[in-house]
Design a protein around this ligand. Structure first.
Ligand SMILES: [Zn+2]
Length: 368
């Protein structure tokens, strides 16, 4: 009797185990299938673009000369298309209003896709969004011809004769120093926005224009096209590594970071004045030369007290930047008078002017 019961129990256990194993197997199988599906979805648009190449080459021989060629539907003009570049310069978002999920079946997209690592397409109620992720740092230009929109990706070093990175310190959750209800991150950004305005080239009507979310271009006499890139143009958190990696990957010729000083305790004090931090370990001496020029220009324009050049090698961005780097401490937020001056438009304007002319002058000097 006992033996029989044991046999039955063993049988039940065996069936249970088999069922469990098969359920697990089916479950795992379907999740593998789901993952496969997701991968296909992500890759599908790149594959589709590749498939369309032959057809497009027949219809529009120019298509393959460009990275991407889009035909605009009749009701959409190419000026309705907005292109945004992510801050790290490796990703782009192209938003086309009023198109559906079947858009690319009706209006095929083609191009050589060089440098594009991945491309996704999402259609929502008010249009479609193409997201590109690239294999490095690029700038995008667009050319409009008839109902065609051509997008091209270029390495910044092939477009610009020189490059600057301007960094507004702190941002987002990181306020930097705070005093009298004013946060350092906001002053830094206000000054950098004014630098951006100064560097911004006159808008010209051209067939080909760069997507200039993230940088401005100006012509420097004797040098050529200078691209100025910004680590942030809004109040947001940007990691120190990201800031330096942008400068190093471009690679930029000069890196300037804007900060506001504070006493060590953060308490109100009469201490005031302008300092610039530089990289002592830069054996070429260029970080010191550049920083010294930035300090001279700031002191001359702001009429502030000199706190001198300060060794800044313990600061991450100074230590890791591969080009001449300067970190300007405009003044002390903990000094009531200096803080009020720094919060004013006129003073910020002077800061921006001094920094722009220091960068341009130093570029001229090293290019000789
Ligand atoms: Zn700071």
């Amino acid at each position: 009797m006992e033996q029989k019961l044991l046999n039955i129990m063993a049988g039940v256990m065996c069936i249970f185990t088999l069922t469990l194993v098969s359920v697990l197997y089916i479950f795992q199988g379907s999740s593998i299938l789901a993952r496969q599906q997701a991968r296909d979805d992500l890759g599908s648009i790149l594959a589709m673009v590749a498939k369309q190449r032959d057809q497009m080459t027949k219809d529009d021989p120019q298509a393959l000369a460009h990275h991407l060629s889009l035909t605009m539907p009749a009701q959409v003009s190419s000026s309705d298309v907005t292109i945004r570049q992510e801050d790290d310069l490796t990703r782009f978002q192209i938003r086309i209003p009023g198109i559906s999920s079947s858009y690319f079946l009706d209006y095929p997209m083609a191009g050589n896709c060089k440098g594009i690592r991945d491309m996704t397409y999402v259609a929502s109620g008010d249009g479609g969004i193409i997201e590109l992720s690239c294999d490095g740092v690029y700038v995008m230009s667009k050319t409009v011809k008839g109902d065609h929109l051509y997008l091209d990706l270029d390495r910044p070093s092939s477009v610009f004769d020189a490059m600057f990175v301007v960094d507004a310190g702190h941002g987002g959750k990181d306020s930097g120093a705070i005093a009298g209800g004013i946060e350092e991150k906001d002053l830094n950004l206000a000054i950098v926005q004014k630098i951006r305005e100064k560097f911004k080239a006159e808008a010209e009507e051209k067939d080909t224009t760069y997507v200039e979310d993230q940088f401005s271009v100006f012509e420097e006499k004797g040098i050529g096209k200078v691209g100025v890139f910004y680590t942030r143009c809004s109040d947001k958190s940007v990691g120190l590594e990201e800031r330096v990696s942008l400068a190093n990957r471009l690679p930029a010729d000069l890196f300037l970071s804007v900060h506001i000083n504070s006493t060590a305790t953060g308490r109100a004090s009469t201490i005031n004045g302008t300092a610039v931090m530089y990289k002592v370990s830069d054996s070429s001496g260029r970080s010191k030369e550049f920083s010294s020029l930035v300090l001279d220009k700031l002191l001359a324009d702001l009429k502030s007290k000199s706190k001198g050049l300060i060794a800044g090698d313990e600061i991450y961005i100074i230590r890791t930047a591969n080009m001449p780097v300067a970190l300007a401490e405009i003044g002390f937020i903990t000094n009531d008078e200096e803080r009020k001056r720094m919060a004013s438009d006129g003073y910020q304007e002077k800061c921006a002017g001094a920094i722009c002319s220091a960068m341009e002058e130093y570029l001229q000097k090293v290019h000789k």
